[in-house]
Design a binder for this molecule. Structure first.
Ligand SMILES: Cc1cc2nc3c(=O)[nH]c(=O)nc-3n(C[C@H](O)[C@H](O)[C@H](O)COP(=O)(O)OP(=O)(O)OC[C@H]3O[C@@H](n4cnc5c(N)ncnc54)[C@H](O)[C@@H]3O)c2cc1C
Length: 439
């Protein structure tokens, strides 16, 4: 960095680091700067950090939102030099070095780390979002939970057999890890968790369909693990269809080729699009809108601008770094280290992703794990999955409460968090689904 590009030196103040996003990347970047002589500001549109890998458990009423999320300001409370602002970032001016926010004005920065993640992609059909919500945030998870629970309630109140069958048909689109986890868990609660509670309808007869346009379940995992996941899902009562390209989604049905599947609950787990903030940086983007970063994670031509996590496109040993939580955490730490090295006038280091393994779970006691040199499936993989997820949950209280909730619900198929509140309450009582989009 040239002397002219170091205004904090002439202005006799600490360098300002602005971090956009308090997800995995942003939180780990902020934490990695805790001992540095800088001023850190973390901006997020929500007040909480979410452990996204467990969102599906909130969506399927096993855990509560507070089990898997924690206020960002609480997580960073011990860092006296760190300010947390709940605000939406609306613009980044890379020439003036300011970040514009919806409620905190324009914030100047010396370094900025953009970690605003990704959203769902509907492949040119944004209108599907209102009827087929995706799962990225706590709000999404609560909305999906409301829809699933409301469908069971409406089926119990319904007298028309065809309508009841549609209400008890749940369609998950996309057989990546999120789709597999959701479908496995919906089948588990429907076929085991609630059977004794309904009198007029029979939740155990609910159909759960997992539709995948590609040829495999869990396509990013080795073929044998994908095949194992498929068998496990079928054993749980999920109808798994590959090569099933969805051509239309409405409030009443999903269309796959010539087949119409009547359903009132569709969940979208089929695609991701990078955060729109990436487009404001004037940097090259890949096909899904991710910013193509330099090896040190900065944007070429802008040493003060870092992009990390799901929004960054980079590779290690020629292989693209996947959009997963460990990659975002590692990038967050790495960007922070490179800021430190710049301040200490040392050379920056290139980022290298260390893959410690990929895990996905498929209902109770079933999971698959790919550690590169070897793979594990079944009960052992499930215990590994459980251990790792507990370890990385933010906050001791969350770890303890999740362990207790899991112990209770896994051993008893307990009631979990099956509450319908707010708008979902109206939906359960209504004969027509509420269609107004919330996102
Ligand atoms: C349902 C689901 C399941 C997953 N399961 C796994 C798993 O099992 N294992 C795994 O490794 N990975 C999993 N992932 C992926 C993993 O969660 C992501 O790779 C990781 O969260 C990316 O971190 P990030 O910091 O880039 O973005 P995020 O964690 O998404 O954080 C982005 C943050 O930016 C904020 N933000 C966005 N735009 C703005 C704006 N304009 N203004 C202010 N704030 C903004 C958001 O509120 C959010 O807090 C899963 C993801 C999902 C959605």
């Amino acid at each position: 960095m040239t002397a002219a590009a170091k205004p904090w030196m002439t202005e006799h103040r600490k360098p300002r680091v602005v971090i956009i996003g308090g997800g995995f990347g942003g939180l780990y970047a902020a934490r990695a700067l805790k001992r540095d002589d800088v001023e850190v500001t973390v901006l997020d549109r929500t007040n909480h950090h979410v452990f996204q890998p467990l969102l599906y458990q909130v969506a399927t009423a096993t855990l509560t939102p507070a089990d898997i999320a924690a206020p960002i300001r609480w997580l960073l409370r011990k860092q006296r030099h760190t300010t947390v602002l709940m605000t939406e970032v609306t613009d980044i001016d890379v020439e003036r070095r300011t970040v514009t926010t919806s409620s905190a004005g324009a914030l100047p920065y010396d370094f900025v780390i953009v970690a605003s993640g990704a959203r769902h992609a509907y492949f040119g059909h944004p209108e599907w979002e209102a009827v087929a919500p995706g799962l990225k945030s706590i709000d999404d998870a609560v909305e999906i939970r409301q829809r699933i629970l409301a469908a069971f309630e409406r089926a119990e109140a319904c007298t028309d057999p065809a309508e009841r069958a549609a209400l008890l048909t749940f369609v998950v689109v996309g057989a990546g890890p999120t789709g597999v986890e959701l479908a496995g868990m919906i089948a588990t609660i429907a076929h085991h968790g609630m059977v004794e509670e309904f009198r007029r309808s029979d939740p155990s007869r609910a159909r759960v369909l997992l539709l995948e346009g590609g040829s495999r379940v869990l396509a990013t995992y080795p073929a044998a693990l994908g095949a194992r996941a498929r068998r496990d899902l079928i054993a749980l009562g999920v109808e798994v269809r590959t090569g099933a390209l969805v051509t239309s989604v409405t409030a009443d049905a999903v269309q796959v080729g010539a087949e119409t599947i009547p359903t009132r609950t569709v969940i979208w787990a089929a695609g991701n699009a990078a955060s729109p903030l990436g487009r404001m940086l004037g940097a090259p983007l890949d096909r899904s809108g991710r910013v193509q970063v330099a090896p040190d994670l900065s944007v070429p031509g802008h040493e003060e601008l870092f992009v990390i996590g799901d929004l960054a496109a980079t590779a290690t040993d020629g292989r693209p770094v996947p959009a997963v939580a460990p990659a975002a955490m590692q990038m967050g730490r790495h960007a922070a280290h490179n800021i430190r090295r710049t301040l200490e006038q040392r050379d920056r280091l290139p980022f290298r992703y260390r893959n410690k393994g990929d895990l996905a779970t498929i209902g109770r006691y079933r999971a698959i794990a790919d550690f590169g040199r070897f793979t594990v499936s079944g009960v052992l993989a499930w215990w590994l999955w459980l251990l790792l997820h507990i370890m990385y949950l933010a906050g001791f209280r969350n770890r303890l409460s999740v362990l207790l909730e899991w112990a209770y619900s896994y051993f008893t198929y307990g009631r979990g968090s099956r509450l319908i509140t707010g708008r979902g309450h109206e939906r359960a009582a209504s004969s027509t689904p509420a269609l107004e989009p919330k996102w």
